[in-house]
Structure formats: structure tokens, C-alpha cells
Design a protein around this ligand. Structure first.
Ligand code: PA5
Ligand code: MN
Length: 195
């Protein structure tokens, strides 16, 4: 048994939306994410105007990568759209079937989940609401509000990440603004084939 101490204090600053300590802090800008949006031409238009906004950032604290531990984190998705589609995370599956939960802290958003055979569901998140990702389901979060969308997350540390499926196929649904309101619609670019 390890003699390392696991008594840790992890601080969530709910005013500035930071987490300390963190083993990882990452910012994802539009240039990195543009092909994930259903309208890359709209993304290119923003980029060619000289802007490359941060779409989201996250802090992660990996207590220990071995089985049985949890990884904890804080994600901030900025408000914005690419064409009609709201700013969102890349999205992923976990390599091992592992559950995850999101706890809404600030703003409004959606948690989109999808089974490996393409069944999609969504939960609206707002402060105080918990979204649950069942083991084996892919997940992406979307900022549907006008301010920052901030949430806390936790998942098993040994779950690993698979970003490839989402990159190749996308999600079956996308979240767009229509008449000033969020609407979940079929993704015109979704590749449903499992071959
Ligand atoms: O573990 C999660 O699902 C989240 O914490 C995400 O990693 C985070 O929101 C960033 O999204 P992504 O990993 O899809 O870039
Ligand atoms: Mn995850």
C-alpha cells in the first residue's frame, strides 16, 4: 500500500471559475475545433476576421490514475455560436465503460449523451442540476446561454478517453439557436454507419 497521503484540499473558486490545484489546464480555441461544427464555413469566416476565440477551457485534477480513484474538474464554456450552432466541447467516449456526472454551477447549457449505437438524449443543465453520463455513452456539453456555462465533473480516473469516434462520426444531434432559443435537431453531417 502506498504511503502517499491522500488528504487533499481542492479549491473551486466559484467567483473566478478556477480550480486549484490542477494537474491539467487546457484552453480549446475555435481553430482547433472548427471541423466539429456543422458549418465549418461559418467557423472559417470568424477565423479569417482575425479572431480565434477560446471556445472552452477546463481544469482537471487527477488524484491517482489507478482504478478506484476519481478525476475531478471544472469546465468553462464561453458564450458564442458558429453559424447557428452554439459553442460546445469536442466530446468523447471513455475507453472503459465509466459513468461521469456534471454539476451545473453557472449559466445554461446542455449535456448531450449518445450510446455507441447512436441513440442520443439530452439534459438541460443550470446551476444546481446534475447531469449523469451512463457507462459507455459518449458526451458533449453545449453553452446555450448568453454568459459563461460552468460545471463541475467527476469520473473514474482509469476510464481513458476516445476522441476518435466523435471526430469520425460526430454526434447524431446538434444544438442550434432558432428564434432566439436553443433547439436540438438532427446533425446533417452525422455518419450513422457502424462499418
Ligand atoms: O470528462 C469530461 O467529460 C469533461 O470534463 C470534458 O473532458 C471537458 O468538459 C472537456 O471536454 P472534451 O474532453 O470533450 O474536450
Ligand atoms: Mn468524459
Amino acid at each position: 500500500m502506498s504511503s502517499e497521503s491522500f488528504s487533499k484540499v481542492i479549491n473551486l473558486d466559484l467567483k473566478n471559475f478556477t480550480m486549484t490545484p490542477a494537474t491539467r489546464k487546457r484552453e480549446v480555441r475555435l481553430s482547433e475545433l472548427k471541423d466539429y461544427f456543422s458549418d465549418p464555413a461559418a467557423a472559417n469566416k470568424i477565423l479569417s476576421s482575425g479572431r480565434d476565440p477560446v471556445v472552452y477551457e477546463y481544469y482537471e485534477y487527477v488524484v491517482d490514475e489507478s482504478a478506484g480513484h476519481l478525476s475531478l474538474g471544472l469546465t468553462i464554456i464561453y458564450p458564442g455560436k458558429v453559424g447557428k450552432e452554439y459553442f460546445m466541447t469536442r466530446g468523447h467516449f471513455h475507453l472503459k465503460p465509466a459513468a461521469e456526472f456534471y454539476y451545473g454551477i453557472r449559466g445554461r447549457g446542455m449535456l448531450l449523451i449518445q450510446s455507441e449505437d447512436g441513440r442520443a438524449e439530452y439534459v438541460e443543465l443550470r446551476p444546481g442540476v446534475i447531469g449523469y453520463v451512463p457507462p459507455g455513452w459518449g458526451h458533449r456539453t453545449i453553452n446555450t446561454g448568453r454568459g459563461k456555462f460552468v460545471f463541475f465533473f467527476a469520473y473514474p480516473s482509469d476510464a481513458g478517453h476516445d476522441y476518435g469516434i466523435v471526430k469520425e462520426k460526430g454526434f447524431a444531434k446538434i444544438v442550434i439557436e432558432e428564434k432566439g432559443k436553443p433547439k436540438v435537431v438532427d446533425n446533417p453531417k452525422y455518419v450513422s454507419s457502424t462499418i
